[in-house]
Design a binder for this molecule. Structure first.
Ligand SMILES: Nc1ncnc2c1ncn2[C@@H]1O[C@H](COP(=O)(O)OP(=O)(O)O)[C@@H](O)[C@H]1O
Ligand SMILES: [Mg+2]
Length: 317
């Protein structure tokens, strides 16, 4: 019987609060059935006082988005001396920033779609007209994907097919984050590739292939049952599958991730898997991709939760 006390951090103030509450509830149920003493904690200003009073053995971070996935909560838990699940402060901060992640990946030779990053300040300084004029050529023409550099769940993200729609998409992305990313749109097979650290280093789980019925894997397609078809393992040629696996493990290591990560990719018509981003607090909801991948590898949801919490407890000082 596991008797350690585990605080499950969920909810909070991010735009992905509701998703996080769903992840958190499932994680709590799994931990309870594993015999842990579970303390579900919606993240409020009282968090520090509660953690100091309750002194959990570890925190399971079921937060998504800003503050939960960007290194903020990780830094706070380091300060309080409480071990937690998932990557540390630096890896979380790097992965949360899609622009920095892409720069690191490009420098490492990991394929990622051509892009430019435009801060809100640069957009103003340069003048919107100049920026709009320069962007399409810089990323190889339309269609492009416009997204906030720091956000998740496809919030503030749009596919743009023509110059007229670019300004509005940029302003929308900039309302979510201090910078926007304009990226070449890659048509192809979309994948989510999860990684769990094991005794022999990063273990890549079977890739999940994603086919949104609407054609766009947006917030609704991510979290509404029946709006997206998933294939696990993905229907890939063996050499592409091997490359996908190699890239997911490489991104995990490159960003300094620990315990878990999930790389989102698109395999283009050229057969190249382009990495879009890396997630350090992957969703744990009913429709989430990491649990799907784990199940295909013979690991139940409970197994994943137990694995992650055991890893964090092993770091207890
Ligand atoms: N450059 C791109 N080409 C094709 N599809 C994209 C591109 N960028 C994003 N997408 C689509 O939008 C979804 C969300 O984008 P992503 O970069 O993973 O950000 P996040 O999941 O953090 O919102 C992807 O899963 C994919 O379906
Ligand atoms: Mg994503």
């Amino acid at each position: 019987m596991n008797r350690e006390k585990i605080a499950v951090l969920m909810g909070g103030r991010s735009l992905e609060r509701d998703v996080s509450l769903k992840s958190g509830e499932r994680v709590c149920a799994a931990l309870e059935s594993l015999g842990y003493r579970v303390l579900p904690l919606d993240v409020t200003p009282e968090l520090v006082a509660t953690l100091r009073a309750e002194r959990p053995d570890a925190c399971y971070i079921a937060l998504h988005g800003k503050y939960g996935e960007d290194g903020t909560i990780q830094e706070l838990l380091e300060f309080l001396g409480i071990p937690y699940t998932g990557p540390g402060v630096t890896a979380s901060a790097l992965a949360w920033d899609k622009s920095l992640t892409k720069r690191l990946m490009a420098e490492d030779g990991i394929p990622t779609p051509a892009w430019i990053t435009l801060t809100a300040d640069a957009f103003k300084e340069m003048g919107a007209a100049t920026a709009l004029d320069l962007i399409p050529d810089a990323v190889g023409g339309f269609p492009v994907c416009v997204k906030p550099t720091k956000q998740g769940s496809a919030l503030g993200l749009a596919r743009i097919d023509a110059p007229e729609a670019l300004a509005e998409a940029l302003l929308s992305a900039l309302s979510y984050s201090d910078a926007a990313l304009v990226e070449k749109w890659v048509d192809g097979c979309e994948l989510a590739v999860s990684v769990l650290d094991g005794p022999d280093g990063p273990q890549v789980l079977p890739a999940v292939e994603i086919e949104a019925k609407s054609g766009l894997f947006d917030f609704s397609a991510m979290y509404t049952r029946g709006e997206t078809d998933y294939y696990v393992p993905a229907r890939l040629d063996p050499d592409v599958a091997a490359e996908v696996e190699r890239l997911a493990a490489r991104v995990h290591t490159l960003l300094g991730c620990r315990d878990v990560s999930r790389a989102d990719m698109v395999v283009g018509a050229d057969g190249v898997p382009y990495v879009l981003e890396c997630n350090t607090s992957p969703g744990m909801t009913e429709t989430s991709l990491l649990p799907m991948a784990a199940e295909s590898a013979g690991m139940s949801f409970q197994d994943v939760v137990e694995h992650l919490i055991r890893e964090s407890l092993s770091r207890k000082g």
